[in-house]
Design a protein around this ligand. Structure first.
Ligand SMILES: NS(=O)(=O)c1ccc(Cc2ccc([N+](=O)[O-])cc2)cc1
Ligand SMILES: [Zn+2]
Length: 249
């Protein structure tokens, strides 16, 4: 509703939706090029300062203080450190669909995006978001295993912007940082082709209960009568248009 009636009509207001480096994509592991020059991705989140968590009606977003280089991602395909700005999730109303990237045609229940920007080359996030090497998004799949609920984070029932201090996203990472990387775009309007995507192969495991809380999040608008319909807030895979996906390790 926010962007018209979803991904199929975005190209009317955002012609770049039919561009040559759109995201997400279907990642086919055996067709990815193993690139030995790709080093490990390094995450320095220890000094991170989360600021607030917001339910913006179609996702839940945790914002960070990006006024200095205290939380950065570097290495891998990146030429310099990129500053953590926010993270958010995509999910569906049914368990097995909800991720944006798919792996050999298979989707996961949800996908976490840690959004970073190139503060070495650009002055603001907004400026970086329109540059071809402006953003780096780390994508992490969430797999539902109703038997366990292994990650400690609990999804807060966020009605509106709520203070959230000292949440370190390191607890959301899987054990292996093996990744695929390719040049793509934002997966929601304005769909700028400014993202270097780094998608981890190993998913993190969440319980059905934790995922259920996501769905509940979307039913609690600011005012009770503004019940926000839960939208499937994931864009389907887009054409590769000749791009190569590289794999690490
Ligand atoms: N899903 S995703 O590709 O990781 C993604 C990450 C961040 C954003 C938020 C956003 C990023 C940039 C702009 N802009 O430049 O106008 C507006 C909104 C939108 C989408
Ligand atoms: Zn996203």
């Amino acid at each position: 509703r926010l962007w018209g009636s979803g991904p199929s009509v975005w190209h009317k207001n955002y012609p770049v939706a039919q561009g040559n480096r759109q995201s997400p994509i279907d990642i086919v592991p055996h067709q990815a090029l193993h690139d030995p020059s790709l080093g490990p991705v390094v995450l320095n989140y220890d000094q991170c300062t989360s600021m607030n968590i917001t339910n913006n009606g179609h996702s839940v977003v945790v914002q960070f203080d990006d006024s200095d280089d205290r939380s950065v991602i570097q290495g891998g395909p990146l030429d310099n450190p990129y500053r953590l700005k926010q993270f958010h999730f995509h999910w569906g109303e049914k368990g097995c669909h909800g991720s944006e990237h798919t792996v050999a045609g298979n989707s996961y229940a949800s996908e976490l995006h840690l959004v970073h920007w190139n503060a070495v080359k650009y002055k603001t996030f907004g400026e970086a978001a329109t540059a071809p090497d402006g953003l780096a998004v780390l994508g992490i799949f969430l797999e539902v295993n109703s038997l366990l609920s292994v990650i400690p984070f609990s999804i807060l029932l966020v009605e509106k912007k709520t203070n959230l201090k000292g949440f370190n996203p390191k607890c959301l990472l899987p054990s292996s940082l093996h990744y695929w990387t390719y040049l793509g775009s934002l997966t929601t309007p304005p769909l700028h082709e400014s993202v270097i995507w780094i998608v981890l192969r190993e998913p993190i495991i969440v319980s059905e209960k934790q995922l259920g809380k996501f769905r509940m999040l979307l039913f609690t608008g600011e005012e009770e009568d503004q019940r926000i319909r839960m939208e499937n807030n994931f864009r389907p895979p887009q054409p590769l248009k000749g791009r190569k996906v590289r794999s690490s390790i």
